[in-house]
Design a binder for this molecule. Structure first.
Ligand code: NOJ
Length: 722
């Protein structure tokens, strides 16, 4: 029978209490919550079973049985969990995944996460996180696609497809949840949960497209965010949810609040009490309340008194039921408990390794990498060479350190019998300032052919509520780099991190620098393959790496000022009342550009770009043009390259960014091979929002730029005709 008819059938039988119940989500399958489920007063549970459960599928089935067989109408519960970058097989953190620019692989990886999570009775993941983040102090930059709306949109859509498949009711698929809607990543000062101020045109141009992309890809649900947006918390924001998401975009799934975010409308200062918080959230378009109990306590009375229109309640309930039907929960409420055996399957680990390999970004290499085949002794140093839990990164609830293959283990295995691999941590942990281990590290380095230093952030330095005011390597790591550099052996630094770091102080002291993010369960073998030249690095930065935290926020698609940027003015004479070098836009103490720009990343070969051609030099506002470029691998090995297309709108009714990523393609070229890479640019991709909220494509001159990063680009010009 048609889903809407089945929803109608249930709606006609539900009591008011049961309707409210469908909109309530509690955490843990404890006795209290199961009792509520039995009474039909709970629609969802998150975190039903954790890794401590012998068989999470069994726990999930037991809880589901209470609702399906024990409640009056037998409506199944929907079980949610944060499956952010893999379930038991942990994949690179999302920021690392974004660095691969490989949407097909990201989709495949999300499919693996869905297979594992669904085997444990999870129906619904709170992912993808598609918040644009331009401030690496914000710890949650780790969970998303970085600074760019196009990259994050493509990635979000790929993840939705991967989680849900073509048919989300398939037993190995789960529902996606695009979060956190919206603007959460723009937290003032990079401090989590903080206020955001985002003008509506910027919101629509930069912060919302990734959500639209997820909705267009069929995301079953959306999560409203914690942040106060332009004075009105997102969870009470009618413009965001009811108007834009539900009306303009036609989203017919349901919106879940973030954890306690309905109740937090009270301390945020827009609701006096739980009843008012309920009324505001419902009116704004929130359908299900996560964890706090405002709906449970006040919604019934509000509907009875008419303060919440019955139609508003019914619409929310219909959305939840519709989603449960779409997921097949009514027809197949239980999970096959034997499927847990598939966790950590070889094929899952393979895909995790592939993505970890593609996500690493090589930022510097003076020839130290790949390590020479005849190397006889290799010193591994640093707290993250052998940190199995930390390499999983933040939000890896169901991953286990014991499943991880560390870089040290992988290097030892790969080099067994031909090179002695020794290890000293140097620092007890990534944040340690205790330098007593340095002498041993130096001694080991001195007697080895080369040194690989594994530094960065432990997993606890990024993720929710884990923000930093400094972006340097923590603890005494910088000092360790210095001491090892003085030894004079080839020094390779691998940085595991949940965010862009300020690496200026490391760069000139090391011979090679590889950013591995938190690479997940199979990070070790991926890194070993790259260090040993079995694979060539191919990741590109999904967010700019600043020189210092003082440059933040810094991103490639900024506007121009009326003044050119200054190169940095460190030679300004003292005692000068006015700067004699001119009134330029910059800092007195550092250049105004990032250390490494968006899209940057080296490989073990070189790529030459030539013959940028456009199919036409002008197009109508509803037209399109083709752009092509020849890319040649001029170096010694086969490698992947991410070809990036940017545009600039030279003169608009509003100022436009100096460049905006519009498309990209990941290609593989053998040594000496050339390929012509073509893109189609629709005029519609040039649209932006006016101050009145109107989406426009404006006639005029544009630059189209193609290259291997956002700084080194070939450029052509075209015109959009009115
Ligand atoms: C709060 C986080 O902001 C959100 O991302 C997560 O999905 C929920 N908690 C559930 O754990």
């Amino acid at each position: 029978m048609d889903i809407e008819k089945r929803v109608d059938g249930l709606m006609s039988q539900l009591t008011l209490d049961e309707k409210v119940g469908q909109l309530c989500q509690a955490t843990d399958a404890n006795e209290r919550n199961l009792a509520l489920a039995r009474q039909g007063r709970l629609g969802s549970i998150l975190n039903v079973a954790g890794p401590e459960a012998a068989n999470p599928a069994q726990v999930s089935n037991q809880a589901q049985r209470v609702a399906v067989e024990g409640s009056r109408l037998g409506i199944p519960l929907i079980f949610g969990r944060d499956v952010i970058h893999g379930y038991r097989t942990v994949m690179p953190i999302p920021l690392g995944q974004a660095a691969s620019f490989d949407m097909a692989l990201i989709e495949e990886v999300a499919g693996v996460a869905a297979r594992e999570a669904s085997a444990c009775g999870v129906h619904w993941t709170f992912a993808p996180m598609v918040d644009i983040a331009r401030d690496p102090r914000w710890g949650r930059i780790a969970e998303g696609g970085g600074e760019d709306p196009v990259l994050t949109s493509r990635m979000g859509a790929a993840m939705v497809r991967g989680f849900q498949g073509k048919d989300p009711s398939h037993p190995e698929r789960i529902a996606a949840c695009a979060k956190h809607y919206a603007g959460y990543g723009a937290a003032e000062g990079g401090r989590d949960y903080n206020t955001t101020w985002i003008p509506e045109n910027l919101l629509r141009d930069v912060y919302l497209p990734s959500f639209k992309a997820c909705v267009d890809a069929g995301a079953a649900t959306v999560m409203s965010s914690f942040n106060n947006l332009n004075g009105l918390p997102a969870t009470a924001n009618t413009l965001l949810i009811r108007q834009i998401l539900k009306t303009e975009w036609g989203f017919d799934g349901f919106v879940v609040s973030d954890w306690d975010s309905v109740q937090e409308l009270i301390p945020q200062g827009v609701a006096a009490d739980k009843a008012e918080a309920t009324r505001l959230a419902l009116a704004a378009g929130v359908d299900m309340e996560m964890v706090s109990t405002c709906f449970a306590e006040s919604l019934k009375a509000l509907v009875e008194s008419g303060e919440v229109p019955a139609a508003q309640l019914d619409d929310a309930v219909r959305r939840v039921l519709r989603t449960k039907f779409r997921l097949g929960l009514f027809d197949r409420p239980y999970v096959d408990e034997s499927r847990v055996n598939a966790l950590l399957a070889d094929s899952h680990r393979d895909v995790a390794k592939r993505l970890a390999t593609e996500s690493c970004v090589l930022l510097k290499n003076d020839g130290a990498l790949p390590l020479p085949p005849d190397i006889r002794s290799l010193a591994c140093v640093g707290p993250l060479a052998e940190a199995p839990a930390d390499q999983l990164g933040c939000w890896a609830f169901d991953g286990r350190g014991e499943d991880s293959v560390t870089p040290l283990a992988a290097l030892k295995e790969a080099l067994a019998g031909r090179c002695e691999v020794t290890y000293v941590a140097g620092l007890d942990h990534a944040r340690s300032s205790e330098t007593k281990g340095f002498a041993e590290a130096v001694r080991l380095a001195a007697k080895s052919d080369a040194v690989v230093l594994f530094l960065g952030e432990d997993a606890g330095l990024s993720g929710e509520a884990h923000c930093r005011a400094f972006l340097d390597l923590p603890g005494a790591q910088q000092q360790l780099v210095q001491e090892l550099a003085e030894v004079g052996k080839p020094l390779v630094c691998v940085v595991m991190t949940g965010r862009p770091l300020a690496l200026s102080g490391v760069l000139d002291k090391v011979n090679a620098l590889l950013v591995a993010w938190h690479p997940g369960t199979m990070g070790g073998p991926a890194i070993a393959d790259l260090l040993l030249g079995k694979a060539s690095p191919s990741g590109k930065l999904p967010a700019s790496f600043p020189r210092t935290v003082g440059q933040v926020p810094i991103y490639h698609s900024h506007m121009n000022t009326g003044r050119p940027p200054s190169p940095g003015m460190s030679d300004i004479p003292t005692g000068t009342p006015l700067d004699p070098t001119g009134f330029l836009s910059g800092y007195l103490d550092v250049a105004p550009v990032p250390l490494f720009p968006f899209g940057y990343g080296l490989s073990y070969t070189r790529f030459a770009y030539s013959e940028l051609k456009l199919s036409r030099d002008s197009m109508p506002v509803d037209g399109k043009l083709a752009a092509s470029v020849k890319v040649t691998n001029t170096g010694p090995v086969a490698s992947d390259e991410v070809v990036q297309l940017y545009v600039r709108d030279l003169v608009g009714s509003l100022t436009r960014p100096v460049k905006e990523l519009k498309d990209f393609a990941r290609i593989r070229l053998a040594p000496g091979e050339s390929r012509t890479v073509s893109f189609t640019l629709n005029a519609d991709q040039l649209a932006f929002h006016t101050l009145e909220g109107k989406r426009v494509v404006e006639p005029g001159a544009f630059h189209l730029m193609i290259g291997g990063n956002s700084r080194e680009l070939l450029r052509a010009e075209f015109e959009v005709r009115g």
